[in-house]
Design a protein around this ligand. Structure first.
Ligand code: COA
Length: 189
């Protein structure tokens, strides 16, 4: 199990962490020993979107241990203020196994995600963070994200048995500009 193998006195494990895209064989392990079984259909749908080139599923894997972190990115969705396929991408489903938190892995995952988005010529990352999640807000603010709106955070998902759950998680919408805007050339010069 992931939690039992970590050496808290050393960060050597961090050098071994591989951050990569999910493949179909990862789907069972993405349920994290039952903690996220209720998202089985959500993850399967996200994986289908990855195959279609609409979503990216990033996983952090520690060899011999398993998956210890993840972050998904929607490149496009039905809310263009979040992701519009060309400039804006939406960062979500971000989590690190509790035994590995506060050690820099989340920041490393975000580095990888943001660098990849720059390569894809995206300019803005958007995300929603629960209004009560002060630690994540601190992390995002330190990385240059700022609040642009409030969001009622209403969404629904079908669990592994097809039963729909309706969620209400009031959130702040935050954004970060990935690449500086190139100043426009003054046509008079
Ligand atoms: C948010 C999360 C993914 C960050 O991952 P992480 O590996 O803890 O991130 P880092 O170690 O790079 O932490 C960077 C900073 O984030 C903050 N932080 C966020 N969550 C933290 C936690 N649970 N424990 C300790 N620090 C945390 C700290 O201020 C930390 O600062 P530090 O560098 O001075 O320690 C992780 O804490 C997590 O899975 N939390 C639960 C799920 C969640 O809230 N996801 C975000 C939804 S928007």
């Amino acid at each position: 199990m992931a939690e039992t193998l970590m050496d808290h006195t050393s960060t050597a494990w961090m050098d071994q962490v591989i951050i990569r895209f999910a493949d179909a064989s990862d789907l069972p392990a993405m349920e994290w020993d039952g903690e996220y079984t209720h998202f089985r259909r959500v993850y399967a749908d996200a994986y289908r979107r990855q195959i279609a080139g609409l979503t990216l599923l990033w996983l952090a894997e520690l060899p011999q241990t398993g998956l210890i972190g993840q972050a998904f990115v929607q490149l496009t969705c039905d809310r263009p203020e979040l992701a519009n396929g060309t400039e804006r991408a939406y960062f979500y489903s971000f989590r690190v196994r509790s035994a590995y938190r506060g050690l820099g892995l989340g920041s490393r995952i975000m580095d990888v995600v943001e660098t990849d988005l720059v390569k894809r010529h995206f300019q803005i990352v958007t995300l929603n963070v629960a209004r009560t999640n002060f630690r994540a807000q601190t992390l995002y603010m330190r990385r240059g994200y700022y609040v642009v709106a409030t969001d009622p955070g209403i969404w629904s998902y079908p669990d592994q048995n097809g039963i729909w759950h309706h969620m209400e998680e009031p959130a702040y919408r935050m954004e970060k500009r990935l690449v500086p805007v190139t100043p426009r050339k003054n046509p008079l010069n």
